[in-house]
Write a new protein. Structure first.
Lengths: 101, 585, 201
């Protein structure tokens, strides 16, 4: 991270924009939950997409991940891989009817 | 870092005694002291866990008979008139597993060896976060005490097995709650420790110490730390959920309509007992590699040093270790083939399980080939290392039938499983720990251990440890189940194999006696062993170039080392000595 | 000798020790909350479609306006946290004090609102033993609350007693705020996912 005063000043503008976006998206999340998209699955998908966007904004700008060093991003990429494996747990339990043959 | 430490490290060793005892030895922030604290505490737990097993072996060899001599030590609720109650047997089994894995072996290989050696091997003056390091030890200590407190709870210590499967564990006595609390402490301690080790290796490597110049031990510690960091939290989550179930009456792991003692439980229901198994094994399979990878690291160091040759296939070993770390996260459900997950899932986990044997075999093969053509020094450390190879081989290969769904149906939950993982952990990891103690003892204390006592210790241990675990394969193949209070005496199919119980038990007690030379050696050598120089074994890695230990000087190196060479430059042609330290230009 | 790279980044990795450390810690936190989310999905998918044990709609039981307010509070505390760090980077210590103060106040507000929310659940006799939905709600939000409390303690330390470091080692102090901020944003991040998952779906 650069620490020069002018650059930080520029960052501050970005932070405020991101903050406004987060506020708006929070409203959108609540609004979207009242939409009936046909199935619960669709509603969940939409809500998770919005939450994902918000999460990306927080991680990318507030936590500087968009401009972070490679080593941090690699560590997190590794974590994401194992996180996905972890999310296999419920899927594994529900897929017990599938047969390969 | 505070001023007093700065001042001390800039000065010579004589300023030590000015520091109060409590700050120097109890709440120390020096990684070497913390390593020793971990080591001593974990060795005590190792001994304690071993004692629990010896009690169980009495019951297995002579079911229902009063235990002689020491029967007076136990209360009416555990062993009335010296006869062990089934509940107490279950407690002993659960606590033996928990103590050995979480309080003895992992703290030894990661807490003690990792803490002491990683900063030295990377040429750092200390861990990256010394205060966190101290916290890690004390959290571990508290966790250990909490675990022990379980024995004084009404109903005794946790008695649902070290795996604590619900619903049984959910309705078990208070000891289980204490077990869960203890686990939360131990997991926290592991997280702090593993973070510290990773940052130390990544950030504090000496100048010139590139990745492929790291000693294999440090590589093993790095991968192990990632496993601890990422695999332990799901167990912490599972522990929190089980605590909620036990304390608030929720039903995460409780299915609807559960009947206990003839009555339907008054709970919300709808939970999944399998969820616990998934989360538990999501940790506990990587945990197996936490137990074995640092052990392989120790063995690699000892073998390279005592064959006076570079390790054969160092790079393949490193890549195999990294691959092993990755794939260890995708094999957990091979512990659950018999839970009815379905054939597709079983086939997937069977495949990954077969794949994970490949890197293990690569590492083991590389270590064996490293022996070829060396002029081997058979000192105590090397003897343990040499024995490790076939013992770990047996442990690993007997795992394959368990990883195949068809044969696992027969072998699941039998003594075969017990034999398999004990071969990996006992004559595997614990032999590696002994090898490591004999090998690095001169670095820690400034004196070498007695070789004669070491060799007696080795040969007796090797014989008796096989006497305990090999018959388990025979019993297991005959279908004798694990966790039986009477060792199978009430089962018709076990009758022909009951004679092995007594044989195994006597081997176990003799194994305990075989540790006496080690214990004597350990204490006697501390004060009156043969004086050892800075580099007792003529080794190449950086820890042997550190001149400030022993005695325990803060700062490790008088001059921050610069690294010019790979970790195992033994017998380099054209050099006048048969080892070339990493920091030699 | 001092431990190197406590303040300045190591040239080849480009980060200082504590930054790598906090990210590793957060990685383990991802796995902790990941396991809880995973459990949530498993139990929810396993619940019957209809009947009294069917999975309820979060907004039928929990108060969306309260959670909406709390989301706003936490997001605002995130921006003030990052402003606190930016102020130090611009060498404006007074502004740092102000922004950090606001962050702590917002964190406390979150806790107070959460406390009232829990209390109203207890008054309606909704406990973890009531249903699996309530159980997972109390477990995940409870663990999140513990994380907020932990963050508040750190932030408070850096606000008053730990701020002395600004005089002796301003760069390292700025790093500390960045590290504390990373943790605080993570707590916010978890809530961003918790809010729709528990309250809206």
């Amino acid at each position: 991270m650069s620490h020069s005063a002018e650059e930080v000043q520029k960052h501050v503008k970005v932070y405020i924009t991101v903050f406004a976006a987060l506020m708006v998206l929070t409203g959108v999340t609540v609004g979207a939950s009242y939409l009936h998209l046909g199935s619960t699955a669709m509603n969940i998908t939409l809500a998770l997409i919005i939450a994902g966007i918000k999460g990306t904004l927080v991680a990318g700008y507030f936590m500087h991940l968009f401009t972070e060093k490679a080593i941090i991003n690699w560590t997190l990429a590794l974590t994401v891989v194992f996180f996905i494996v972890l999310l296999l747990v419920p899927i594994l339990t529900e897929l017990d009817t599938i047969s390969l043959i | 870092m505070d001023a007093s430490v700065k001042e001390k490290s800039s000065h010579d060793d004589h300023s030590h005694h000015e520091e109060a005892f409590i700050w120097k030895y109890v709440f120390s922030i020096d990684h070497k002291v913390i390593g020793i604290q971990y080591g001593v505490t974990a060795l005590l737990f190792l001994f304690f866990g071993f004692t629990l097993m010896m009690l169980m072996r009495w019951q297995l060899a002579y079911p229902g008979e009063a235990i002689p001599v020491i029967s007076g030590l136990f209360s009416e609720t555990t062993m009335p008139d010296g006869i062990m109650l089934p509940e107490f047997y279950n407690s002993l089994g659960a606590m033996h597993g928990t103590i050995m894995v979480f309080l003895a072996v992992v703290p030894l290989v990661v807490g003690a060896f990792g803490n002491y050696l990683v900063p030295l091997q990377v040429g750092a003056i200390d861990m990256a976060f010394p205060k966190l390091n101290m916290a890690s030890y004390w959290v571990y200590f508290v966790g250990g005490i909490v675990m022990l407190v379980g024995f004084w709870m009404p109903g005794g210590a946790a008695n649902s097995g070290w795996t604590s499967y619900p619903p049984l564990s959910n309705i078990a006595t208070t000891g289980q709650t204490v077990w869960l609390l203890g686990m939360v402490f131990l997991i926290t301690s592991s997280l702090l420790g593993s973070m510290n080790i990773i940052v130390t290796i990544v950030q504090l490597r000496a100048e010139g110490l590139t990745w492929m110049k790291l000693p294999f031990f440090t590589w093993a510690q790095l991968v192990t730390s990632f496993l601890l960091l990422l695999a332990f939290p799901p167990l912490e989550a599972a522990g929190v959920l089980q605590l909620m179930d036990r304390l608030t009456g929720s039903s995460f792991f409780m299915p609807s309509g559960l009947v206990v003692s003839g009555e339907v439980l008054d709970i919300a229901g709808g939970g999944s007992p399998l969820l616990w198994q998934h989360l538990f094994w999501f940790l506990a399979h990587p945990e197996v590699y936490v137990l074995i990878l640092p052990a392989l690291g120790i063995i690699a160091e000892v073998i390279a040093n005592n064959t006076r040759k570079p390790l054969w296939g160092y790079k393949s070993m490193v890549y195999a270790t990294i691959f092993l770390g990755f794939i260890s996260f995708t094999v957990w459900a091979h512990h659950m083939f018999l839970t009815g997950m379905g054939t597709a899932i079983n086939a997937f986990f069977q495949t990954t399980t077969m794949i994970i044997s490949i890197p293990s075999v690569i590492i083991l093969t590389a270590l064996m080939i490293s022996l070829w053509g060396g002029s081997i020094r058979f000192n105590s450390a090397m003897l343990f290392a040499c024995a490790f190879l076939p013992m770990f081989g047996i442990g690993g290969l007997t795992g394959l039938p368990l990883g195949l769904t068809a044969s696992d149906i027969h072998l699941h939950d039998t003594y075969y499983v017990i034999g398999h993982f004990h071969y990996v952990v006992a004559p595997g990891t614990i032999f590696a720990i002994f090898a490591g103690i004999y090998y690095w003892y001169p670095k820690v204390t400034g004196r070498a251990m007695n070789e004669m006592l070491g060799k007696i210790h080795f040969w007796l241990s090797l014989i008796f440890i096989n006497g305990i675990f090999f018959p388990m394969f025979i019993q297991g193949l005959a279908g004798v189940s694990r966790r039986l209070y009477d060792g199978g005496a009430s089962y018709a199919h076990a009758q022909d194999y009951l004679y092995l119980n007594e044989f195994m038990s006597i081997s176990a007690w003799l194994l305990a006696l075989a540790q006496i030379p080690f214990i004597i050696n350990f204490f006697i050598s501390w004060k009156s062993g043969q004086k050892a120089g800075d580099n007792h074994w003529d080794a190449t890695t950086l820890e042997w170039s550190a001149t400030t230990s022993p005695p325990l000087g803060h700062g490790n190196f008088e001059v921050v080392p610069t690294v010019y060479r790979g970790p195992y430059e033994y017998s380099v042609p054209g050099k006048d000595k048969d080892f070339t330290p990493q920091n030699e230009a | 000798m001092n431990i190197p790279f406590t303040t300045n980044p190591r040239p080849d990795t480009g980060v200082y020790n504590a930054k790598l450390g906090i990210w590793l810690f957060l990685a383990s936190e991802v796995m902790l909350f990941g396991a809880l989310f995973s459990s949530y999905i498993l139990i929810r998918v396993g619940a019957p479609e209809v009947g009294e044990n069917a999975w309820p709609l979060g907004s039928d039981i929990l108060s969306v306006p309260v959670a909406f307010t709390n989301t706003m509070v936490l997001i605002t505390s995130s921006i003030t946290m990052v402003m606190a760090w930016a102020s130090l980077a611009m060498k404006k210590f007074d502004k740092y004090k102000m922004f950090m103060g606001i962050t702590i106040a917002l964190g406390l507000t979150f806790l107070v609102i959460k406390g009232f929310e829990y209390n109203s659940k207890f008054e309606h006799h909704l406990f973890p033993s009531t249903s699996n939905f309530m159980a997972i709600y109390f477990t995940i939000t409870g663990l999140h609350v513990l994380h907020v409390i932990g963050g508040l303690i750190v932030n408070f330390y850096l606000w008053i007693p730990g701020a002395k470091m600004w005089e002796s080692d301003p760069e390292r102090f700025t790093n500390r705020i960045e590290v504390a901020g990373l943790y605080w944003h993570f707590v916010d991040l978890v809530w961003i996912f918790l809010f729709p998952v528990l309250y809206l779906l």
